[in-house]
Unconditional design. Sequence first.
Length: 136
Amino acid sequence: MSDLLRPFVPQMVRVSADTDDPAERFVLLRVARDIAAASGDIAGAMDAIGRLDRRFQVDAFGMQVDALRTANNANVPAPVAATVARGLLAVAADAAWQDRFDTADELLASARSAARKARDAELTKRIIPLPIRPDT
């Protein structure tokens, strides 16, 4: 279903930029984010999240994590799975920088899974567990 709706994501983003109604803008961007994530459109999901973050007080990091998890669970072709793996890897690095080590570990495991789905041996090799972390 989300694949059928995916072409509407850019249009929803455009309409959200033209509206003066904050509630309408929020809903359009949230729906665009969800459809993009469910169809494996990482760029579209991240664009919608960035726009939500600029206009509203949202947990952009949490939205990125959720969108990437959704995309990872979607039935997407191998090239899209590789993009998902790279996105998960980038957000895992952000999580580690924020001392969210459990989240980073979980994202790395998901990235490894996505890289395997993509059948990308090089990418799979690049995804390594976090080194020993400082005691807190």
